[in-house]
Each structure stands twice: as C-alpha cells, then as structure tokens.
Write a protein that binds this ligand. Structure first.
Ligand code: XIL
Length: 301
C-alpha cells in the first residue's frame, strides 16, 4: 500500500498520530493527516486540565473537534488520558486523600461515559511508575492508596465497556530497566486478579538518554505474553537522515513481529509539530515533505 494507514491495515493494525485541535484549520496538516493516518490521539485536548478545568464543569469542545474529525474520516481514536499526575487542573493539584480519590474516579466516569462508543482504546492511567527503582511514582494520586490504578481501570470499564483499557508509560521499552519490570509486574498482577486491563502503551520517545533498545521486541513480546495487546503510542526518534530512518524501520519491524502489537502512533505529523523544543524527530519535515524516516517506515510496514 502507499500510505502508512493502509499499509498497517493490511496486517490488521493501525498507524496513528497525535493531533492538535488548533491545527485542524491548517490545510497542509489536515491533508497529511487524512491521507496517511487511520488513528488519532488528542495531543492535549483530552487531558484532565482540558476536560475538567473546574471541578465538575466539563469542557469537551476542543476534544470533540478531534474526535468528530476522526470519526468522519473513519479513523480510530485513542483517548489520552483519564488519570495522570501531570496536566492536572489547579483544583485537582491541590487535592489529596479521599476527596482526590473520589474526584479522580468521578473524572474517569464522566469523561469515559461522555465518549462511550467513540473510543477504541483509553490510556486510563499514564506514567504512574518512577523513573528508577521499579516502584510507583510519588504523586497526589499515588498517595490516595496503591490501589488507585486498579480503581481507575474498574471505573473506566463500567463507564465504557466497549473500549479497550490501557496502561501507558515512557521508558518501559528496555526490557532490562527496572521501570519496565515494575510495570510488567503490575500488569501480570492485574491479569491474575481480574483487574480489567486490555493493553499496554509504550510511549517510545527515543533520544540519547533513552535510545531505542535492541531488546525492544523482547519487551513487546513479554507484555503480550501476559494476555494484553501492546501499542507504540507516542513514537518519536531524535536524529535525522538514514540513521533515524533505520531506527524507525526497526521499531516497525519489531511491532510487526509481535501478533499482539496492533498499533503504532507517532507523536505529531511534521517536525515543526513536535513537542520537542528542537530537533527533527518525526516523519515529515516542516513543509510537510516525506523524510527518509517516512520512506523507511512505509517500506517496513
Ligand atoms: C505533551 C504534549 O505533546 C505537549 O504539547 C504538552 O505541552 C505536554 O505534553 N507523554 C505523554 C504526552 O503522555 O501526553 C505528552 O504530551 C508527552 C509525554
């Protein structure tokens, strides 16, 4: 096939991108989006600060622009994200304890209910593990009790039984890293106890500090062997030229080698759309031209 989405679909997968609502009026951007991708993740518009800016006052206009665009184009939507320590609205940042636990569960329930039937997969919980040591990250949510993650998953399942429910994190790509093992142990425990989890998202922001690891395929296979799907959810790769292109191809080949790796999402369309302050980590240049990384990705799919 001649596009990323169609090539991925030929093996039952999707190829997605992060989308910003304020770029849906940029015709170059939308042209590439509609041509190449068959899944979208809202880059910021479904986060807690965007959807519940004041407690119990929900705001879905910007998220809806993205969701409606995706549905009109026949694209899947990855919901991102229901419970996270970052990008919390001020009212939530200042909460703790049982009040915060209730507010978090209310948020999960209200947002997942609003979008019921429209979301392929939800990143129910994002980035709950610490960068080193293999344990949980300290946060106001973690301080409500170690069971806050499973409580969020149960609330999401009740609100939208048809959506796949994922745990999403960064630096869980290298199988030897303690953080990877910590998340693996949690998912194994959830599956053993019947906590409703369907998938694990590996953000896969690769750079000199956390490079693409040669054991990436082992990590994908190991999570999948627990009985969950795996997705690459926020892919970007520092660098340029042929070496960057080769890494993109290796990532794609690793996913295709794992039956339960059923989707890849890049974190933006053009290099100028990237959240990275500098660098050229994506598949299209600032003018929307296909880079070597694009060609390598398409060829590997
Ligand atoms: C980033 C967005 O790309 C930025 O626009 C925003 O300022 C900060 O968040 N991990 C995640 C994403 O799960 O939500 C983050 O997105 C990038 C890291």
């Amino acid at each position: 096939a001649t596009t990323l989405g169609a090539s991925a679909a030929a093996t039952g997968r999707y190829f997605g991108t992060a989308v910003a609502a304020n770029k849906l009026s940029d015709s170059t951007y939308v042209g590439i989006l509609n041509r190449e991708f068959n899944s979208v993740t809202a880059e910021n518009e479904m986060k807690i600060d965007a959807t519940e800016p004041q407690q119990n006052q929900f705001s879905f206009a910007n998220a809806d622009r993205i969701v409606n665009h995706a549905i009109a184009q026949g694209m899947k939507v990855r919901g991102h994200t229901l419970a996270w320590h970052s990008q919390q609205p001020g009212w939530m940042q200042s909460m703790e304890g049982t009040a915060l636990r209730s507010a978090m569960l209310n948020h999960v329930t209200r947002v997942a209910t609003y979008y019921r039937g429209k979301i392929d997969s939800w990143d129910v919980v994002n980035e709950a593990y610490a960068d080193s040591g293999g344990g949980r990250r300290d946060s106001n949510l973690q301080r409500t009790g170690n069971d806050w993650i499973e409580a969020a998953f149960r609330a999401a399942r009740a609100a939208d039984p048809g959506a796949k429910l994922c745990y999403n994190d960064y630096n869980i790509d290298n199988w030897t890293w303690a953080k990877t093992q910590g998340v693996y142990t949690m998912v194994r425990d959830f599956k053993a106890r019947g906590v409703p989890i369907d998938c694990v998202g590996l953000q896969s922001h690769f750079n000199s500090g956390s490079p693409y690891p040669s054991n990436y395929r082992t990590t994908l296979e190991s999570f999948a062997a627990l009985g969950v799907d795996v997705q690459i959810t926020e892919l970007d790769i520092e660098g340029s030229g042929q070496s960057q292109a080769t890494t993109y191809a290796n990532v794609v080949r690793d996913c295709l080698a794992v039956a339960r790796c059923n989707g890849i999402t890049v974190w933006g369309i053009r290099d100028t759309d990237s959240w990275r302050a500098s660098g050229t980590p994506l598949l299209f240049d600032g003018s929307g031209n296909k880079k070597a990384a694009y060609t390598a990705t398409l060829d590997a799919l």
